[in-house]
Design a protein around this ligand. Structure first.
Ligand SMILES: [Zn+2]
Length: 99
């Protein structure tokens, strides 16, 4: 359950270290008290996440053949992302930082 953080609360971004003021729809990001994730870093994280899924879904698709490839490619994106997470949980795929 997210804690409500009042609008215009000044927080320190736990990602870039800059101060920022919360807006009305800011949700608690699970950071320490007085910290949060600024809109810019939040947007960057969303882009990185989308890029990660794009690359990994393509990796899985390219590793499959025939019916399996066709079935995977026809899944909705949300299901493909769930398969990626499942493969990571099972240790079939590993996530790493950097190149
Ligand atoms: Zn930031």
């Amino acid at each position: 359950m997210n804690n409500a953080i009042p609008e215009n609360t000044i927080l320190t971004c736990g990602c870039c270290g800059e101060y920022f003021s919360t807006d009305s729809d800011y949700e608690d990001q699970g950071q320490d008290v007085g910290f949060g994730i600024c809109p810019s870093c939040d947007e960057d994280a969303g882009k990185r996440s989308a890029e990660f899924y794009d690359e990994t879904i393509s990796l899985i698709s390219n590793a499959l053949e025939g019916d399996k490839k066709q079935r995977f490619d026809q899944q909705p994106r949300i299901r493909q992302e769930a398969i990626v997470r499942h493969c990571m949980d099972k240790g079939i795929l590993r996530w790493h930082i950097g190149q």
